[in-house]
Design a protein around this ligand. Structure first.
Ligand code: ZN
Length: 239
């Protein structure tokens, strides 16, 4: 079925990166599932009001597995799909940057939950590469402030309580509506608006294919479901 589609939009979640050593925060073995207190680091109100939470968050960023993780066969299969000229858009819930590291064109990748590779000042809005801040952490700062205005810095990821980037969201919805096949990969499809992209695609007449180990709320509407490991399924589907 996938070989017949020539305009494919893909949605990826944590499941595509677990084989690259990036933990799934929400899955059965997820960090939050095992330690709900860790979730406070990802809540914008806690982050703004509690310096201890920021220190914890920066310590995690300093040791984030994304810095050294390598893309796996799943990411690479999506690069191949792009080379075939069949990739309409790649919407990802992941913040690890592995799609770009694999070789996917940044213009096609819509990071709806932001990216850990950049840092935002929550006061003046200045954005800087994470690579500019990491050396300050290594030099001993535990809650680095904006060098322009002294404001609180945070990775350019979407925390609970923060709104999504409307431009990124609009581009994602457009890609979901303008495809003949929508493939949801490694996502539980329980977080909106990401899950709603399935509705956008189905509503526009696209077929839905799901690649996920666990059942999802959209399984009944899917034309096909694959539960084998993603890094095995995607090369089979797209290469
Ligand atoms: Zn600032």
């Amino acid at each position: 079925m996938t070989e017949l589609a020539d305009r494919i939009t893909v949605l990826t979640g944590a499941g595509i990166s677990t084989a690259s050593g990036i933990p799934d925060f929400r899955g059965p073995q997820g960090v939050w599932t095992k330690n709900p207190a860790a979730e406070a680091m990802f809540d914008i109100d806690s982050y703004l009001s509690d310096p201890d939470i920021r220190v914890l968050a920066w310590r995690q960023r300093l040791h984030n597995p994304a810095w050294t993780a390598e893309p796996n066969a799943g990411h690479l299969a999506l690069v191949e799909l792009e080379h075939q000229g069949r990739l309409r858009g790649l919407v990802t819930q992941n913040v690890d940057g592995l799609h770009q590291k694999a070789g996917s064109s940044p213009a096609l990748v819509h990071e709806i939950h932001g990216t850990i590779w950049f840092v935002d000042c929550l006061s003046c809005g200045r954005q800087m590469p994470m690579a500019d801040v990491i050396p300050r952490l290594e030099a001993g700062e535990n809650d680095p402030a904006c060098l322009d205005c002294g404001g609180i810095l945070k990775s350019a990821t979407i925390s609970f309580g923060q709104s999504l980037d409307q431009t990124v969201l609009d581009a994602s919805v457009e890609a979901a509506r303008d495809c003949d096949l929508f493939v949801a990969i490694g996502t539980s499809l329980q977080v909106y608006p990401a899950a709603g992209l399935c509705d956008e695609a189905l509503g526009s007449g696209a077929r839905l294919v799901i690649v996920n180990a666990e059942p999802t709320p959209y399984d009944e509407q899917a034309a096909a479901i694959h539960t084998d490991p993603i890094e095995q399924v995607l090369p089979r589907l797209f290469n």
